[in-house]
Design a protein around this ligand. Structure first.
Ligand code: FE2
Length: 218
């Protein structure tokens, strides 16, 4: 399904349908991601705001499941994983949710929605704007209280308020900071770092460098 039409009524109904998949805290976070996707989408991808909101509502539908259940879904959907992935159990929900959308919410199994859900935790090299918005909204939505999340939310919105003409550079800088924070956190916990996260950070660093060079050359 590539030309899905999503209006307020379908979002209202989707909001009710995802509720049984999560506890109250996760649901409030999900609503926060929807709000943040709406705000970021209006600036960065205005023609796809409602589709971003739908991806937000669906992004954590398997987050509450135990590792055992995640592995059962992997077997059911033919999701391939490495033995070492079990050291980072949080990574499974992005893979299983993207497959569960196809089974439980087939009318939302749009390529962009499925891939934004698939990459919302690790990021990846060459992330689309749609994927990046869902990823960042998940990180900075307003129910998050971790100092890094609060700081990054202020960094993006304050920088944008200061200079609205510099949106692309501000967005790239925010993405780089988010991956720096994630990687620093993982190193401090001696946890493994997914290769896609390293690739995503380097991709945004390179994009920022290319953008700055273009500015200097012109
Ligand atoms: Fe989330």
């Amino acid at each position: 399904m590539s030309n899905i039409i999503i209006d307020e009524a379908s979002l209202d109904s989707l909001r009710e349908r995802v509720k049984p998949y999560m506890n109250e805290k996760r649901y409030l976070h999900t609503l926060g991601v929807e709000r943040e996707c709406e705000a970021l989408g209006k600036l960065l991808l205005p023609e796809k705001v409602n589709k971003l909101r739908a991806a937000a509502l669906l992004h954590d539908i398997t987050k509450m499941l135990s590792l055992e259940k995640q592995l059962k879904l992997c077997a059911l959907f033919g999701i391939i994983y490495r033995k070492g992935d079990i050291m980072s159990p949080k990574l499974f929900h992005a893979k299983t949710a993207s497959e569960l959308i196809k089974r439980d919410f087939p009318e939302y199994a749009d390529e962009e929605i499925v891939s934004a859900v698939r990459w919302h935790t690790t990021g990846r090299r060459g992330m689309t704007a749609f994927e990046s918005i869902v990823y960042l909204a998940d990180y900075i939505e307003d129910t998050r209280t971790f100092p890094e999340c609060v700081e990054l939310r202020s960094f993006f919105w304050d920088s944008y308020e200061k200079d609205k003409s510099d949106l692309d550079a501000i967005f790239l800088k925010t993405m780089i900071r988010s991956f720096d924070c994630t990687i620093n956190g993982l190193v401090s916990e001696s946890a493994p770092i997914d290769n896609d996260t390293v690739d995503a950070r380097n991709y945004f660093l390179e994009s920022f460098w290319e953008n700055s060079n273009e500015v200097h050359q012109s």
